[in-house]
Design a protein around this ligand. Sequence first.
Ligand code: GLC
Length: 748
Amino acid sequence: MKNIISVIFFILISIAAIAQRKSNAQKVDSVLILMTLEEKIGQLNQYNDDWKATGPVTIDNKKADQIRLGQVGSLLNTLGTERTRSWQNIAMQSRLKIPLLFGQDVVHGFKTTFPIPLAEAASWDLDAMQLSARIAATEASASGIHWTFAPMVDIARDPRWGRVMEGAGEDPYLGSKIAYARVKGFQGTQLGDVNAVMACAKHFAAYGAAIGGRDYNSVDMSDRLLWEVYLPPFKAALDAGAATFMNSFNDLNGVPATGNKILQRDILKGKWGFTGFVVSDWGSIGEMINHGNVKNDYEAAWSAITAGSDMDMESRCYKNNLAQLVKDKKITVSLIDDAVRRILLKKFELGLFDDPFRFCNAEREQREINNPEHAKVAREIAAKSIVLLKNTNSLLPLSKQLKTIAFIGPLVKALKQNKGFWDIEVPGVDSNFIVSQWEGLQNKVGANTQLLYAKGCDIEGDDQSGFDEALEVAKQSEVVILSIGERRDMSGEAKSRSNINIPGVQEELLKALLATGKPVVVLINSGRPLVFNYTADHAPAILYTWWLGSEAGNAIADVLFGDVNPSAKLPISFPVSVGQIPIYYSHFNTGRPATNDSSHNYNSSYNDLSIFPKYAFGFGLSYTSFVYSNLQLNKKKMKKNEQIEASVTITNTGKADGEDIVQLYIRDEVGSIARPVKELKDFRKIKLNAGETKTIRFIITKEKLSFYAPHSVNNQQLQWVAEPGDFELMIGASAEDIKLRARFELIK
Ligand code: GLC
């Protein structure tokens, strides 16, 4: 009986949703028919407000007049209920009173800052990442924001690229799961809820593969690589219901994404059936002139609108050229109507036509952005994002009975540094409320523990004059904690670096501190994988603390003293040297596989270095230990319409309760095209008390064995297929630490 009721309920909900969509579509058409061509073009026009520029600024003092004339559809970088209300009031003076959309880069928090996305990805905790996005959306929507330009779902395999901090690392499987969770978090139960914001999957597409890791640089790749590695997270975002997409600055094989019809119309709006809208990235329409694909703004507008870019962020190419393109019969009004419909539909779905000010409630704003629960969640996910890279002789966790601790380094008392790139400083709101690493330790230790501090050195520069004071402080302590790394603005947009060593003389400071004979725990703060071989080889304990946001200090102290057992694992390979880049675990075997044994020549090794990373994808230690055993497959052969169940036993053999991230990799041993030596196809993050044993199960389906094979079917050069043959299944604690293996066969 219960099942019947739930089926009926589901049917009714679906009917209601379809009816609502139909009703909104009808409402859109009832507005569209009233609009002049100029007003239609106005909806495709987005301006930056004056709070902060996140791109090259065009000075324009006539925004209010243009909004009154219905020539603007959206603003970005407008903050707070008061300011959004004032702009919306102006929009209500326009002839048709079409409400403005307010967009903002709410990437990892709004007033409460969460760890940078790459750090959160290290938690592999999809629920936590969804909750983080949910809270960000709750705070942002309470402050007038309708739309976040997030999640960034670009796969990145080059840590020289500064925006690696903004995504989920190198792997399409993990990246897809995270993309889905983050979209669900931002958009909540449904658009139209006043605490839901539109998500924006960006940057479509393959922006993270910029040659040389140089931001905005060209991308050159095969369709196979595009479909197999760079597109899946976008498809996952779409499947999660992402309301919008943002295209990318890069050209893909010579065609700028903004003017790329294959990406935007054939794949996104065609094959994938996307019904939302695409916003160009900042000025990217006009930048097609620099790319050399168009001669002028007129041609740029033509290229972008025909390729499927619906809204023009800050280039003014649409505002200044679309009417002329219609007049010259270069485009039809129906092309513009399609873009306008997509945008108006979202404004209806958000409820803005019913009440343009529904996101402008000052009382709700104060309540939500000061909700103490949000900081608690930020602290929890920050602690889950810290990766324990080394812990010689279990130096960590530290005892709370220590009498004297020296906390040294240029980041110990930093505040805003902990926010990382893409933070938001809401004017007039204490959005800088950050728990410094120093404060976090003070909050943690008791009255019997003395904390000593010395800066030691700056982040950059060769000044070692602070070393003496640091050494003096170290000698008085039982344990030294050294907090070093990058500045927060050394990663992020337009922050590509050719040298990804720890800057300045920070490792020299470590060397001097180690010479005192005191045990040193190193915290490494960064938005990217850094190269730090001296630290890695000599420090007894290392925590990778990324940029952890508002609660950084408390989260770090929770892990340092064992109130939280670190469980994070790297979502991206850490190179030994920048010379290894691009470096990623799911590489092909080649005809002469690299070995770490340099005596063998004539293989794909370097002559001067291993090809293997310093720290592998999926690597991370714990204060306890886990043993994997008893890998069982319920069958050794499976047909394409069948599945295999793999079970494995995990035991916590240590003395501390903890969480482990068990990874399942698969290798297709023979394919019509070479297949990677392994690919992540599933994972489980499981809690185990000390001494506890659990058996976990994975289901292997044809989907997990499929890849894009170059078959020419229905004019598609690539087809998503699973080819019969032998497969190896691996259970790993990281991509390079495979604990158990089994083989099975896929039969016709
Ligand atoms: C920037 C970024 C993009 C961001 C946009 C608005 O240039 O590339 O990710 O959403 O402009 O700030």
